[in-house]
Design a protein around this ligand. Structure first.
Ligand code: SF4
Length: 155
């Protein structure tokens, strides 16, 4: 079973109330090969919501309590992001998930590259909070830009 960011299959759970549907990813769900999560909703955040970025680090640092997740108005939502990551991990464990396809650049779901906390569309190296927690527990995290290489081989 593959864990998938719900916004990648047309669920309107993004901060702006929209989604970014990708047909090939939706196909995995329709074929019963994938389950959906939205970590930010699982963490109790509303939709739509004010955009958030990680300040002073990435998701790993947030999990170590060395960085925070702030919304554009400066409100600290770190606890909600950590809660969302933990709930996502719980779901992943229940389904025996080994791979995830998550939305690139999100402060929750992004892998390897995320926004830098300045809200200026600047990217830095690092993972979102959920991506970091899943990686820490041995789950291979892919995104909508590189999943084809891994998924087509096996499915
Ligand atoms: S990127 Fe992740 S947290 Fe953001 S809307 Fe999509 S599934 Fe939810």
């Amino acid at each position: 079973m593959i864990l998938i960011s719900a916004c990648l299959v047309g669920v309107d759970c993004r901060y702006d109330g929209g989604s970014k549907r990708i047909d090939e990813i939706e196909k995995l769900v329709k074929e019963g090969k994938a389950i959906l999560v939205c970590p930010e909703q699982l963490g109790g955040l509303p939709t739509p919501r004010i955009p958030c970025e990680i300040k002073d680090g990435d998701g790993s640092k947030v999990l170590e309590k060395g960085a925070r997740v702030l919304n554009k108005e400066g409100e600290d939502l770190t606890d909600s992001f950590v809660k969302g990551a933990e709930e996502t991990l719980k779901i992943a464990a229940l389904y025996g998930v080994k791979k995830a396809i998550l939305k690139a650049r999100s402060p929750s779901c992004g892998k390897n590259r995320i926004y830098d906390g300045s809200f200026q569309k600047l990217l830095i190296d690092g993972d979102g909070v959920t991506a970091a927690l899943l990686k820490k527990h041995g789950i291979l995290v892919l995104d909508e830009e590189d999943f084809r290489e891994y998924i087509e081989k096996e499915y």
